[in-house]
Design a protein around this ligand. Structure first.
Ligand code: SF4
Length: 320
């Protein structure tokens, strides 16, 4: 069996930064460090950080007074930032800078007097955070059909922003529908969809022309991983999302000579390796790498973690 690895795949710059923030916080301030929500959507990553002393909580009231607190890569609503401030919690913000960019853009559009439409998935933490970062009403649109039921006069000046991890194609169709229905619509097209999501989807699109089956390593609750599976399915290739090699079902591979393998932006390479090991248990495997876009984007750590602090001078970051 030939296995072709998508390029790029796996960790993006926002995920690398978020994990490094928790690891460096543990090094600098000592355990425990409290993390609000899964730092990124991957159980393996979360369990590894738990083993090093991170404590994951759903809400800030679970964080003891004065404890170092990290916000996840997906971003948070203003109300969460305000609560942390009121409680004087020392906060390290692991919100991906590309998510923060969307928040800023949304606020700018509202400041220009436009009605804001957010294209995204209800309940996803990034969407919850973005809705809570903008003053004033934001209309959430998940499908083309939702555009038709927006309770807005057709001459309303509209601006849209999008979740960073959507399907490029689905989003384009929704934006086209918005432009079709309303007279005055501005927005960034699909540029809010981050470089990592775009590059991983483009690689899968190329891969689908070459493979019989597509395996995507990623968590069930990872938006960008689900979209990679969708891209495979839309191209007519049977596509499966797996946490790791233990979930590979040999029945999926019956008759397949070439298997495509990719990973969502929050899935570590060790889990891709575990899938290759699982395939090797089924039959001999030859691994090839797809030619693809090289990524060299990195994001700075929060200033509190940029300087080295001698162990005897450990001090928590200042309150948010
Ligand atoms: Fe940031 Fe994109 Fe990675 Fe999300 S997927 S953390 S927006 S780089």
């Amino acid at each position: 069996m030939k296995v072709i690895l998508a390029q790029p795949r796996g960790f993006c710059a926002g995920v690398v930064r978020a994990i490094e923030i928790v690891e460096k916080a543990l090094e600098k301030y000592g355990a425990p460090v409290y993390v609000r929500h899964e730092i990124v959507h991957n159980k393996y990553v979360v369990e590894s950080l738990k083993a090093k002393g991170a404590v994951f909580v759903k809400e800030l009231h679970e964080v003891p007074a004065g404890a170092v607190t990290v916000f996840s890569a997906h971003g948070v609503a203003r109300s969460v930032q305000d609560e942390a401030k009121a409680r004087e919690l020392p906060v390290l913000d692991a919100t991906c800078p590309l998510v923060t960019k969307v928040h800023n853009q949304g606020r700018r559009y509202v400041g220009q007097g436009r009605t804001l439409v957010l294209v995204g998935h209800a309940g996803h933490p990034e969407v919850v955070g973005t809705l809570g970062q903008v003053n004033g009403p934001v209309h959430l649109v998940q499908t083309i059909e939702d555009v038709g039921t927006l309770p807005l006069p057709l001459d309303t000046p509209i601006a849209y922003i999008t979740q960073t991890t959507l399907s490029v194609d689905d989003t384009k169709h929704i934006i086209d529908e918005l432009r079709e229905r309303f007279d005055d619509v501005v927005g960034p097209d699909t540029r809010d969809i981050c470089y990592a999501t775009q590059n991983r989807q483009a690689a899968v699109r190329t891969l689908t022309a070459m493979v019989d089956v597509l395996l995507v390593v990623g968590a069930r609750n990872s938006s960008n991983s689900n979209r990679l599976r969708d891209v495979g399915e839309e191209a007519g290739v049977p596509s499966y999302l797996v946490d790791d090699g233990s979930e590979v079902d040999p029945a999926w591979l019956a008759g397949a000579r070439t298997v495509g393998l990719t990973a969502g932006a929050s899935a570590p390479e060790v889990l891709v390796d575990s899938v290759i090991d699982a395939l090797r248990k089924i039959e001999p495997v030859e691994v090839a790498l797809l030619d693809g876009t090289e990524e060299n984007i990195t994001f700075n750590l929060p200033f509190q973690l940029r300087q080295q602090t001698p162990a005897h001078e450990k001090a928590a970051p200042s309150a948010a």
